[in-house]
Design a protein around this ligand. Structure first.
Ligand code: COI
Length: 356
């Protein structure tokens, strides 16, 4: 009968899906691309046009003019958001509106139009749901969602592109660093800088990332996990690590570099500041000298991809300081609280999670 055939088809589809899921090694996810099923895209014709209806398409390569603004002049931004599967079912996004607003601010800085907050969040939801089978089981990782906004129109003379693409893709991920959750050993760079005064370091421009690759590779060759950058004016205040913000704890005071145009306004940074305040730490955003951080009790990094990563040592001009890395670490307490909110283990009384 027809019913029998369709039941068979549904069972076969479900079997194929399970077979595919079971071939994923959820226990060994790192931070590498795993191609998923769908991506979302919308275009917009230029600064006086709007992003209209977008659509999901099969994940795959895209076609670009060789003269596209993003390829020639780096006119592009990206975001990172995680979707978590919660124990007992359901999928949570963490503060996607914040990413939408950050992309809008970045778009202004890079002379690009941007999707509205509602369009952005809808695109992220659709991408997560279309790739639901790629969301790791609770406790095994998350689906990292990567929204991109870039000048896709051709532009030969230096100017904003004539067309923009907003594209969202996703990949399941686990730990960002190959060290896993082991403490990081940071190298303080005094030749290369991540951002300069008046530059684009405060927004998530793609142009902030390739210039640090050289510093990262040099540090890795010397056995370090990553690089801590100093401000480019005085070469004295700490700014960020290549892919994340930094915090130091001294006594009961938790400090992080203040937003000054060259520090990225991390959403994990902001959430950890909030959680720490609730747990009665004093939280300060201020200029932090390299000497200050070398004298801290505890240091840790925060970011969407990184989560909260403890720092085991910092090396500056040949001097290495080691920090406490055995429990009870304050960074661990703060991170557990954050993860419990993100995954629905504790009630979200802050309105941060969006169930989809
Ligand atoms: C993120 O934390 O989402 C980032 O964008 C950092 C990136 C370099 C992986």
């Amino acid at each position: 009968s027809k019913i029998g055939a369709s039941t068979f088809a549904t069972q076969a589809a479900s079997f194929l899906q399970d077979a595919c899921e079971s071939s994923i090694d959820w226990n060994n996810l790192g931070f590498g691309l795993m191609e998923t099923d769908y991506m979302y895209t919308i275009k917009c014709g230029g600064k006086d046009d709007d992003f209209k209806a977008g659509k999901l398409i099969r994940y795959g390569n895209i076609e670009l003019s060789p003269c596209a603004g993003v390829l020639n002049y780096g006119q592009g931004l990206f975001e990172g958001i995680k979707a978590y599967r919660r124990e007992g079912g359901g999928v949570f996004l963490f503060r996607p509106q914040e990413n939408a607003i950050r992309m809008q601010k970045g778009a202004q800085r890079m002379c690009m139009p941007s999707p509205s907050t509602a369009q952005f969040v809808d695109a992220v939801k659709q991408t997560a749901l279309a790739n639901k089978r790629w969301i790791p089981p609770p406790g095994k990782g998350s689906l990292y969602i990567r929204p991109l906004l870039f000048g896709s129109g051709p532009v030969l003379g230096l100017a904003p592109a004539s067309e923009y693409t907003f594209l969202v893709y996703a990949s399941p991920v686990g730990n960002y660093f190959k060290e896993g959750t082991a403490p990081l050993n940071l190298y303080v760079e005094d030749e290369f800088h991540r951002a300069t005064r008046g530059g684009a370091g405060g927004v998530k421009s793609i142009t902030n990332y390739a210039p640090v690759l050289k510093a990262i590779s040099r540090a890795r060759d010397r056995g370090f996990s990553d690089v801590l950058y100093l401000d480019s004016v005085n070469k004295r205040n700490i700014e960020e690590v290549s892919s994340c913000n930094i915090f130091m704890l001294k006594g009961n005071v938790l400090s992080t570099p203040e937003i000054n145009g060259s520090i990225l306004e991390g959403i994990t940074r902001k959430s950890i500041m909030d959680i720490a305040t609730n747990l009665v730490y004093r939280v300060e955003e201020r200029s932090i000298t390299i000497e200050d951080v070398m004298d801290a009790d505890e240091v840790f990094c925060t970011g969407t991809a990184v989560g909260v990563a403890p720092v085991g040592s910092i090396t500056y001009k040949g001097n290495r300081v080691a920090y406490k890395t055995s429990t009870p670490l304050v960074s661990k307490k703060l991170y557990s609280r954050l993860v419990d909110i993100q995954t629905g283990v504790v009630e979200d009384d802050k309105g941060w999670v969006v169930e989809i």
